[in-house]
Ligand binder design. Structure first.
Ligand SMILES: [Fe+2]
Ligand SMILES: [Fe+2]
Length: 288
């Protein structure tokens, strides 16, 4: 584990490194004691990481929100994603593009008229390119795993909640109350979420002026926000539009989790359909 954390620390921006070095050392000690599967360890490592620190989220949103890393199309990104491995995924032998197309095709079968939802299935995990060397090769804990709001109290429904006691935000009176820096019904798009592939892909889609409906952006940004869509927490921060969009996220989530069947997708056969959707909702080249 020492090796993993020394890599992770180097990947952190300097301003975050100063404040969170002690926290990462504590995290390292905890991880040495954790016994269990790769998936469990990845999930705990993600919880006790700086991705759930307000300071880190602000820094990463600024750095990656510039979208000055790469220019490429949505489909090129789908192909690039095949080069990365998501350690939190129990099904490592399947290429990422299989998961994307299985999700999209399963939705298409049940909701043939909602073409925006098919495309959302295809692109929801593209933010995992943050793991790729051309995007700085962020460590697994900074890209995958459950996400939550930062800047207000961590809800008790969050899995492995006890590890938040090590997080400096947990002890900060500005951040550890029910509303924290937010107000009732402020709308989730005004709430900072822990950094990861979800928030990054949301920024990419929004800043490249996608014409996808707001429900699609909602699904992309909150699909790992299990405390919301599984436990119903944090509803005090939602506005009317969030309440409507949550219905679509609940539908989507079933396909994200259960589409990992062994049904093989003929990529070349379905590719023209998805290229036509990409053309409808996105520019030919996007800034990433
Ligand atoms: Fe995801
Ligand atoms: Fe997914």
């Amino acid at each position: 584990m020492n090796k993993i954390y020394s890599t992770s620390i180097r990947a952190l921006p300097t301003c975050v490194l100063d404040r969170s070095n002690l926290y990462l050392q504590t995290a390292e000690i905890i991880m040495l004691k954790v016994r269990g599967s790769r998936v469990l360890r990845t999930s705990i490592e993600s919880i006790i990481s700086t991705r759930h620190m307000t300071l880190y989220v602000k820094r990463m949103r600024k750095e990656y929100g510039n979208l000055d890393k790469v220019e490429m199309s949505i489909w090129e990104c789908c192909e690039l994603l095949n080069d990365v491995v998501d350690e939190s995924d129990p099904d490592l032998d399947e290429p990422q593009i299989e998961h994307l197309l299985q999700t999209a095709e399963a939705i298409r079968k049940d909701y043939p008229d909602e073409d925006w939802l098919h495309l959302t299935g295809l692109i929801h995990d593209l933010g995992k390119v943050l793991l790729h060397p051309s995007f700085g090769g962020l460590p697994q804990w900074a890209v995958v795993g459950d996400t939550y709001p930062v800047g207000c109290a961590f809800d008790k429904s969050i899995v492995h909640h006890k590890y938040f006691e090590e997080n400096p935000d947990y002890h900060n009176p500005a951040y550890n109350t029910k509303y924290g820096v937010y107000s009732e019904g402020c709308g989730l798009n005004n709430v900072m979420m822990s950094w990861g592939h979800d928030d990054y892909m949301y920024l990419v889609a929004k800043e490249n002026n996608t014409t996808l409906p707001s429900a699609a952006l909602f699904i992309i940004r909150y699909h790992s926000f299990y405390a919301l869509h599984r436990s119903g927490s944090y509803k005090q921060l939602m506005n009317g539009e969030d309440v409507e969009n949550l219905k679509w996220l609940e539908i989507f989530n079933k396909y994200d989790l259960y589409s990992k069947s062994k049904v093989r997708i003929d990529v070349e056969k379905v590719k023209p359909y998805y290229l036509s959707l990409i053309e409808k909702y996105f520019p030919a080249k996007l800034r990433w």
